[in-house]
Design a protein around this ligand. Structure first.
Ligand code: FRU
Length: 494
């Protein structure tokens, strides 16, 4: 039965989201109206891929969390479905927080999420109790399980926080359900708890898969855990991170732990810890395994540090990244846009061996809905160039730039002039593994975003921009000389 709260959200989105359609990105997921944050329940279901998200339809700010819903067959075109969950029960009255989804053996669709119930104490402070709940449905309508929560405050392992216990990611393997979930420990940082169940209702806590020990931020939110290329990967989004060089930035960051899963003790032994995305706007990613065996990740293309930033009359807030295929190369997590984007390429413009000095633009190289790859190498054997820059979304007033310095191997993204009327973080630097001044950058641009993939996906850097669409020039500048190849396609998604 559809509750009043859920029906209200569905009526609201039916009435208002069509008016916003024209303003939306073309191939990046948004809520259609209102606010979205984390991707939820990103999983295959009955031959398609479903994606839910943290959702508050009534404002462009975070509010009591619902789950919005879309689905796709190719990660580029998304069909909007009615809101799936509303905070309409006592145990989730203050929010249906993040979680996962899985297809059940009998064909039903199981959602697992964190129910939040706030209790005001006598001193006025609020305690938020977080428990794990399930809802079962048919791909459009979901019934919350009458025995919710399936993991209650009393079931949390000893010394685990009752207030920071959230974001279950569920999967099925060899006839069992498994789940990882974030929990705060007595040292005030986080750990990832590993559970298993035969029926998704009765859960057994198995072990702590990994613990933060105050090293990478504090509370670890939104975990995901999966095998990849002979290793296991844990993705998590730490709160209150301290910067570490140019690898991890402060605040809400994102971390990939790559290692070996010890199946005897159910613990992840670390080989390497790295940032997942090095840009300004990326948080809370989730992955799925496609029907043809690819591990695909989607992230919230925003960050809690920058949520105050949008255009004054904008009626939606929050987008997802382009889904990305993951792999491990040289022990590091690599990512590239899903290959399906290639089906939407049109109007190829390519140049090879362009000798570049000073500032230049190239005939036909411009646009705001593009997939462009730029490869550079030093143009002068005797002296290395000092820096090279790509300037996109340009007009007389606006410009977003990506600059590379071969002496330090640091890339700097600057979106100071990208149409944002707010003084938020606009610049980010990160190290790359380029050698001898050679570098390959792939840029994916949609109406409000720039995603940069470095050296065939060794690194990604994601940033939201709000530059007016008329600013579509692209130029290249260089202090010194480089030889450059450029291949640009327009991306057309009707
Ligand atoms: C991460 C997060 C999650 C929580 C959700 C609430 O961005 O804080 O931990 O479930 O957002 O919307």
């Amino acid at each position: 039965m559809t509750s009043k709260k859920l029906q209200r959200a569905r009526d609201f989105e039916k009435k208002y989201s069509p008016y916003v359609a024209e303003e939306l990105p073309k191939f990046h997921v948004t809520g259609g109206i209102g606010w979205i944050n984390d991707p939820n329940g990103f999983a295959p279901y009955k031959g398609e891929y479903h994606l839910f998200y943290q959702y508050y339809p009534y404002d462009t700010k975070w509010g009591p969390m619902h789950w919005g819903h879309v689905k796709t067959t190719d990660f580029m075109r998304w069909e909007r479905l009615p809101a799936a969950l509303a905070p309409d029960m006592d145990y989730d009255k203050d929010g249906c927080f993040s979680g996962g989804a899985v297809e059940m053996p009998d064909g039903r669709h199981l959602l697992m999420y964190t129910g939040v119930r706030n209790v005001r104490r006598k001193n006025g402070k609020i305690d938020s109790f977080q428990t794990q709940c399930i809802a079962i449905g048919d791909g459009v309508n979901y019934e919350k399980y009458e025995g919710n929560p399936v993991i209650r405050s009393e079931d949390i392992p000893e010394n685990g926080s009752l207030h920071d216990f959230r974001d279950p990611k569920i999967w099925r393997e060899d006839g069992m359900y498994y789940m990882v979930v974030g929990n705060r420990t007595p040292d005030t940082s986080g750990s990832i708890l590993y559970y298993r169940s035969e029926d998704a209702i009765h859960w057994e806590f198995v072990n702590k898969l990994a613990s933060c020990h105050n090293q990478y931020g504090k509370m670890w939110e939104c975990p995901d855990f999966f095998p990849l290329d002979g290793k296991h990967v844990l993705l998590t989004s730490p709160q209150e991170m301290n910067a570490v060089g140019v690898e991890f930035h402060p605040g809400n960051a994102n971390v990939a732990i790559i290692g070996t899963f010890d199946k005897e003790i159910h613990h992840l032994l670390r080989d390497n810890v790295q940032a997942i995305d090095y840009g300004l706007d990326f948080y809370a990613p989730q992955t799925l395994e496609t029907y043809d065996g690819r591990r695909v990740m989607i992230g919230w293309m925003q960050n809690w540090e920058t949520v105050g930033s949008h255009l004054p009359d904008q009626q939606f807030m929050g987008q997802m990244t382009i889904p990305r295929e993951l792999s491990i190369r040289n022990g590091r997590l690599c990512q590239n846009p899903v290959r399906e984007i290639e089906n939407y390429r049109s109007v190829k413009i390519a140049y090879q061996n362009v000798m570049m000095t000073g500032e230049n633009s190239l005939q036909g190289i411009n646009g705001r809905f593009i997939d462009m790859t730029v490869t550079i190498r030093p143009g002068n054997e005797a002296s290395m160039y000092r820096w090279f820059k790509i300037n996109v979304a340009r007009d007389g007033e606006h410009c977003t730039s990506i600059r590379f310095k071969p002496a330090t191997n640091i890339i700097r993204i600057d979106r100071t002039q990208s149409g944002l009327p707010c003084d938020i973080v606009n610049v980010r630097e990160f190290p790359v593994f380029a050698g001898n001044g050679e570098l390959k950058l792939r840029l994916i641009m949609d109406r409000y975003s720039l995603e940069v993939f470095v050296n065939d996906g060794e690194q990604a850097a994601t940033s939201v921009i709000y530059t007016p669409l008329e600013a579509k020039s692209i130029s290249f500048s260089c202090d010194g000389t480089v030889l450059m190849d450029v291949e640009k396609y327009d991306i057309i998604v009707d």
